[in-house]
Design a binder for this molecule. Structure first.
Ligand SMILES: [Zn+2]
Length: 98
């Protein structure tokens, strides 16, 4: 029995944070293989997270993936024109000092 898209959406955060259980992970991956829409979503997120990790000034915190998921509709199709640094500064908010 495959996960529904909503379930995949729900588990994406845990999946990307490596906090998902092995069974959920298997189901999620099985769904993503068959569902182009969720696959696209997952790849977008993975690509975004990777690019954030490359940005010195961005320090993803615990709530980061959650915020990313919440903003997903806005960022699922990142425009090539986007000024990435400015985009992430707006997205991540001001850096905590100290
Ligand atoms: Zn799906």
């Amino acid at each position: 029995m495959l996960m529904k898209c909503e379930e995949v959406y729900h588990f994406l955060q845990a999946y990307l944070d490596g906090e998902i259980g092995p069974e959920e992970e298997r189901k999620l991956e099985a769904h993503v293989r068959l569902c182009p829409s969720c696959k696209k979503k997952l790849f977008s997120l993975q690509g975004l997270i990777t690019s954030i990790e490359d940005l010195d000034e961005a320090r993803p915190d615990e709530g980061f993936t959650k915020r990313l998921i919440e903003r997903l509709p806005e960022i699922a199709e990142p425009a090539r024109r986007t000024d990435r640094g400015g985009f992430w500064r707006r997205f991540l908010g001001p850096r905590p000092r100290g």
